[in-house]
Every structure is written in C-alpha cells, then in structure tokens.
Design a protein around this ligand. Structure first.
Ligand code: HEM
Length: 530
C-alpha cells in the first residue's frame, strides 16, 4: 500500500546498500523489479542508484498525471554523464527543458512530420533500400541461409540509418565502405552508452571514461564532418535557396539553414520590409545574395554562428552549429536502434505465432497482391498489420524504462514534495501491462487494437511506446511509417519461422535482454521465399 507521508517529504521505497543503493536489487530486469516494488510501495516510490535519489513512477495513471497534468514540472533531463559529453546539453535528447529545447523541438517536429507524408523522399528512399535488402535475402536464401537475430537487426538498422541520412542530408550514403564505417560507429556508440550508464551513479567507474569517451566522440566527430561538408555545399549555393514553404519537404540541414535565413529576414529592418512585400521570393533572393556576398570567404560553420549573432533579437534565438550537430546525432541515436529493435521483435512474434503470420500475409496479399511494394497510401487498408505492430510495441516496449527525466522545479505531487532536479524514472513497460487498462496484459493479442469492423484503433491512454507529454518522441509518425513499410515488405516476400524448435517454446526468451532497451533474444530465424 502507498505510504503517504503527511509531512510532505519524498516518497519512501526499498532499503538499499551503502554506496550502491538499490542497484544490485534491481537485477537484470529492472522494469519487472520496479513493477514488483510498486505492489508494496505504491505507484510512486523512491530508490537510490548509488548515491542518487531516484523517484520511480509505475502504472499508467501516475505516469499520465506526472507527464501530462504536471508536464512542465516533469519535463527536465538530468545531466547524464556520457550523453552530455557528446551532445553537450544541446539538441533534444540531452537538453534541459528550456527555450532552446522548445525551439528545436518545434523545428524538428514540423520538419520530420513532412517526411511522413505520401511520396516523401523518406518513403521513396526507404522502399529503395528495402528492395536492395530483399534482393540480398533472396540471394542468401538460395544458399540455405538462416538469419540470427543480430544479423536481421543489423539489416533493419541499416535501412533505418539510410532513412535518417535521407532526412538529414537529403540523400542515402552510397559509398558502401563509408556507410559500414558509420554503422560501426553508431553500434559502438550505443554499446558504449549502455556501459557508461554506470558512470551516472557509480563515480568510481568513471576511471574507464577516457577510453569509452574516445569511442563515443569518434561517432560525433564523423557526423560533424558530414554536417560541415553539407553546410559548405549550401554556402556555395546560397543563391539557389527558395522560400521555405509549408508543403516543401527538404532535408533537416537545409531546413535549419532556412530557418536561420528566415530569422535574419525578420530581424533586419530593410530585409524584413521587403520580406513582407508582395514579392516574397524576390526579397528572399536579395537576402541570400547579401549573405553570400558578405561571407563568401568564411567557413560554413562560422556562417551559421555568425548568423546567430546577427539574429540576436529574432525569435530563433538559439540556432547554432552545436545545436545542429546535436540534433543530427539525436536522430541517429533515437531513430535507428529503436526501429530495428521493435521490428525485430515483430518478426519474432510473427515467427512464433504462425496463425497470426498467415493472417497478416492474407491481408497483405489481399490489399497489395504478391508483387506491389507497400506505400503510405495503402497503410490505412492494412489494419491487421498496424494492430500487430502496435501489439508488439505494447508487449515488449523497446525502451521499458524511459530515458531519465528530472523535475524542473520543486513540485508537490500526490502528497509528496519532490525537489527540483530529482531524477525521475518512468516504467512505461508497467503502463503497457497495466491490468487496469488491458485485459490479459501478458497475452500477445493484436485484436485488442481492432474495432468490431476490423479497423485499426489505438485509443487506450495506457498505450505509450513513444512516451507522452513535453518530452515525447518526435519521430513517432516516421517510425510508424518505416516499420509498416519494412515489416509489410518482408512478410509479403518471405515466410519467417524459428530455426530451432526448442526456442519456439522457451517462454523465457520472449522476455528479452535488457540493456539500453529491451533487446530481442539470441535466436535464429529461418526465411523461406513465399
Ligand atoms: C519504434 C521506434 C521508436 C520508439 C519506440 C521511440 C520511443 C521514444 C521514447 C520512449 C522516447 C523518450 C521520451 C521521454 O523521455 O519521455 C523518445 C524520444 C525521442 N525520440 Fe523516439 N522512438 C522511436 C523512433 C524515433 C525516430 C525514428 C526518431 C527520429 C528520427 C526519434 C527521435 C526521438 C527524439 C529526438 C527523442 C528525444 C525527445 C525529447 O527529449 O524531447 N525516435 N523516443
């Protein structure tokens, strides 16, 4: 039972060990342990990770109350040791909740949503990479190939990474060697970030930081070089810039530069006057020429930072090269492994429940036939596919415990006083298995997301794989689009089954392997051409 403290102190929780706090008790399945503790201590309780006091939220009601009704108070991000070293508190993931964050979230949200539209470059490029992957699978199948989950996941990661490249730089990376190098860096970055989680709570582990930091920084240096090259290109070509338009979908770097240019327009009086004149594009070209003339000799990074100085009084106060660099890294960190993990799980569930796989394929063949690849416009007709993907994200949640949040000010919440800058951990795995919101929460039942007419519906307030509130995922639309395109294409062409029968009945495997997210088990899948 919850122990409400009348003196308005932080909630109580399990007793821990000196120095380590509750770290060892959390074991290798922290989300399950937290859920178990919530039965004794209530939906909100306190634990210690090392010497850090952490408030844990369990169950849909309390997570919604904190993140929606008290959205601003719970929207902070603590200074996470390794993430902060590379992202410097800029961009989104590592940023505290402030005006820089809000400007960038707004910018990125609207830029990314454009890629979710029909026939966007994301859709076109994603389908092209899928075609190549399907060809690769076909070739291997001729040689009787079985895929380990790791290989399958790497393949999907490659598609998702090419998609992030398309969105940020406007094109896929065609140089295979360079792309492999980037993939290695991203994987290394991910693995090191998982190891570095300990740095946050156990200061003694920081003696390994030099080595880990070196690896992690290699990835951000590589991406920074790509961004600088891209900025150089635009610098050369500034006169070609057209006015940004609502419908126009471009790459993130170009959108960022345009926002900068736009805000120079708004700040500079002469330019602003002509900007608001009827011939907007003429004024825009005028502006572009002025900037090009002024700064032809300067480096692009300087260009961005100089503009930032000129623009001090404009509404886009915060745009800078550092922020741009961090948002590009954010997209690679948040937009690749999440998709490949979720999809990998979906394939495992399809291989485990062959009746469901038959039903999926029947729907796909009915809507698309055997050859036509899916597109955004077919999605609304593929109701069972959407329900299946949703149920996969409900039952496994790629990130069972959210990236830690922190309180932005002292807050009185459910009768407790939680001080500013307190670490907050939300167990969204517990929300998506919350028996108050789901019948038979531990059963895999995609039908729960279908109405009586067989249409896909997703209205349950406890469904939050992309989180909720001020820090919710900005990539939900494009993530759902990519997952649908990849999953549908794979099932249309191949039959998936477990390579070893013993894996099929091992329920423990379906619990996954916790790390930064909840990874799929080490099993092999057998692919057969349909
Ligand atoms: C299946 C795929 C995905 C899942 C399950 C997922 C889930 C999440 C979750 C749970 C959060 C944490 C929010 C919080 O702290 O409350 C998050 C944040 C974020 N996601 Fe995603 N995500 C996915 C794909 C993507 C994609 C494709 C992108 C962009 C390319 C993206 C970009 C971000 C960013 C930038 C944040 C940080 C937001 C912030 O701090 O305000 N995600 N995501």
């Amino acid at each position: 039972k919850p122990r409400e403290n009348k003196n308005l102190s932080v909630p109580s929780g399990p007793r821990g060990l000196p120095l380590l706090g509750n770290i060892l008790q959390l074991g290798d399945r922290p989300h399950e342990k937290m859920f178990e503790w919530s039965k004794s201590y209530g939906p909100i309780f306190r634990i210690y990770l090392g010497s850090e006091q952490v408030v844990v939220l369990n169950g849909a009601d309390i997570v919604r109350e904190a993140f929606i009704e008290n959205g601003e108070e719970f929207a902070g991000r603590p200074k996470l040791y390794m993430i902060h070293a590379t992202l410097k508190g800029k961009g989104l993931i590592s940023s505290p909740y402030n005006s820089d964050f809000n400007e960038h979230k707004k910018f990125l949200q609207s830029s990314l949503n454009k890629f979710g539209r029909r026939r966007s470059s994301l859709e076109v490029n994603c389908l092209q990479t899928i075609r190549e992957t399907l060809d690769e699978y076909r070739e291997r199948i001729d040689n009787n190939f079985e895929y380990t989950n790791k290989q399958m996941r790497n393949n999907i990661s490659r598609i998702a990474s090419q998609n992030v490249l398309t969105m940020t730089f406007g094109t896929r990376m065609h140089d295979k060697k360079l792309f492999s190098h980037l993939m290695d860096l991203i994987t290394e970055n991910f693995e090191n970030t998982a190891v570095a989680a300990a740095f946050n709570f156990l200061p003694i582990t920081r003696m390994f930081k030099t080595f880990i930091l070196r690896n992690v920084l290699r990835c951000s240096e590589f991406l920074n070089n790509l961004i600088s090259e891209k900025l150089e290109e635009y610098h050369e070509d500034m006169d070609q810039f057209d006015l940004p338009s609502e419908k126009y979908e471009s790459n993130i770097i170009e959108c960022y530069l345009k926002e900068l240019l736009n805000s120079v327009c708004l700040y500079d009086k002469t330019i602003a006057e002509s900007f608001y004149a009827t011939d907007r594009s003429a004024s825009y070209n005028f502006l572009s020429r002025r900037l090009t003339e002024k700064r032809r000799s300067s480096l692009s990074i300087e260009l961005v930072n100089n503009m930032n100085k000129i623009r001090r009084k404009s509404r886009y106060m915060s745009f800078s090269f550092d922020h741009l660099s961090s948002i590009v890294q954010d997209l690679f960190i948040a937009g690749t492994e999440t998709i490949s993990t979720s999809l990998n799980w979906a394939l495992i569930y399809a291989a485990k429940y062959l009746d469901y796989q038959d039903k999926l394929v029947a729907e796909i063949e009915n809507v698309l036939g055997k050859e036509k690849l899916p597109t955004e416009s077919d999605r609304s007709k593929l109701n069972f596919v959407q329900a299946f993907l949703n149920e996969t994200m409900r039952i496994i949640s790629a990130g069972p415990i959210l990236v830690p949040r922190s309180t932005t000010r002292d807050v009185v919440f459910r009768g407790y006083k939680i001080p500013e800058n307190t670490f907050i951990m939300a167990n969204i795995w517990s929300c998506m298995r919350d028996p108050n919101y789901w019948s038979e929460p531990n059963e895999f039942r995609p039908e729960r997301f279908l109405d009586q007419n067989g249409n896909f519906v997703c209205k349950n307030p406890a469904m939050m794989p992309f989180s909720i509130g001020k820090r919710a995922c900005i990539g939900e639309n494009i993530a759902r689009l990519q997952m649908y395109l990849i999953f549908t294409s794979l099932l249309q062409k191949f039959h998936f089954s477990f390579a070893n029968d013993s894996d099929l009945n091992d329920e423990k495997l379906m619990k996954g392997i916790p790390g930064v997210g909840l990874s799929p088990p080490h099993v092999s899948l057998k692919l057969r051409l349909r």
